[in-house]
Design a binder for this molecule. Structure first.
Ligand code: IDP
Ligand code: MG
Length: 139
């Protein structure tokens, strides 16, 4: 089924010059970019986006990291795009992400793991609305 998901290249990916590499993997896979922009997180957006994690011990480090520089956010569209992009990203922990995945090939810490992707179609709808107005989805 055709779906949409929210992806962003995290500040470490922008700093390391991996924006093109990461977007290119999704493009070459055949996924369609229907919206894209560079932005900086605010503390409010961080708490909203990571609402399931705000009370976890790692949240302060995660918030500091996600506010540390701009991100490149996009909405991708494709068949089963949520599951597909999660597979392409690799597991959260850098030690568990398989080679051939984005995190497996480039991430060397758990916090700074280069890329975010929604983990369910329900979360995707919420997260897309947190980042993009309907008018900004132009693809
Ligand atoms: P996900 O990004 O693979 O969906 P989540 O469990 O939703 O992983 O965690 C959100 C983000 O929080 C991760 O991508 C990572 O940046 C950070 N994070 C998650 N778990 C840990 C941890 O145990 N230590 C440090 N940072 C973590
Ligand atoms: Mg998650």
């Amino acid at each position: 089924m055709t779906q949409r998901t929210l992806i962003f290249v995290k500040p470490d990916g922008v700093r390391r010059g991996l924006v093109g590499e990461i977007i290119s993997r999704f493009e070459r896979k055949g996924l369609r970019i229907v919206a894209m922009k560079m932005l900086r997180f605010t503390p409010e957006l961080a708490r909203k986006h990571y609402e399931e994690h705000v009370n976890k011990p790692f949240y302060p480090a995660l918030e500091k990291f996600i506010l540390s520089g701009p991100v490149v956010a996009m909405v991708l569209e494709g068949e089963d795009v949520v599951e597909l992009t999660r597979a392409m990203m690799g597991k959260t922990k850098h030690t568990e992400a398989a080679p051939g995945t984005i995190r497996g090939d480039f991430a060397y810490t758990t916090t700074e793991n280069l890329v975010h992707g929604s983990d369910s179609p329900e979360r995707a709808a919420i997260e897309i609305a947190n980042f993009f107005t309907p008018e900004e989805i132009v693809g």
